[in-house]
Design a protein around this ligand. Sequence first.
Ligand SMILES: Nc1ncnc2c1ncn2[C@@H]1O[C@H](COP(=O)(O)OP(=O)(O)OP(=O)(O)O)[C@@H](O)[C@H]1O
Ligand SMILES: [Mg+2]
Length: 230
Amino acid sequence: MNQPRPVATASVSIMDVIRTYQHPSGPVDVLRGVRLNIDSGELVTLSGRSGSGKSALLAMLSGFDSPDAGTIHVDGQPIVEPPHWARCAVLPQTFGLATELTVAENVALPLRLGDSAPSPAALSARVNELLAELGIDTLTSRYPPEISFGQQQRVALARAVAARPRVLLADEPTAHLDNASMPPVLRMLRQCADEGAAVLVATHDQHVHEIADRQVQLRDGVIVTPTEDP
Ligand SMILES: Nc1ncnc2c1ncn2[C@@H]1O[C@H](COP(=O)(O)OP(=O)(O)OP(=O)(O)O)[C@@H](O)[C@H]1O
Ligand SMILES: [Mg+2]
């Protein structure tokens, strides 16, 4: 007897998402029916003009905002509140580091808050491994205001991948990087997808597009295939 074949489910499934922001000057229709699926193991870049809604869409995927209509599933679950970082981790455009914690403590946070926190030795090994890969292992005991924007951006990436999330959302993760600090960041994003995560990166950066499996663009509130004229 034939066994039923398992149905392949996308790790990120966005269906007909609509979001309008109310402003004193009138409503702004930012997302007008966004549809996008991202499979496990896939790295997708999301481009679009400044103000096109890239960060707004990521805010909905990470549970910090809700659509007015439409559905969002992350790792098979509808988003009702911010999911645990082992399921869905975010590198926000403004980094979102805790200023009262050191660099090492920021990166360790998702591991400490997980269901099965690693031993102190394993936790510190993971934190040091990530910071070394990103070339910022000399900064472990500094606080975020004591390091540069490019360094803060890499700390936020290390924190996002620390718990090996099933879904990674990264908002302009290379915006503050120079040529020397770019390759390890690109490697880490790609590795995250190669290890099975669904990765969505909002970016204007050609270097990131080059490591993507697929590129999409937000234009007039919907997802389109990118063209030469963004
Ligand atoms: N919470 C909010 N309340 C009101 N308006 C918002 C809110 N979030 C975003 N917007 C508006 O929605 C639009 C999309 O903003 P968003 O930050 O998503 O753009 P973006 O594509 O990420 O731009 P950038 O490339 O500059 O980061 C903008 O017009 C912005 O002013
Ligand atoms: Mg943005």
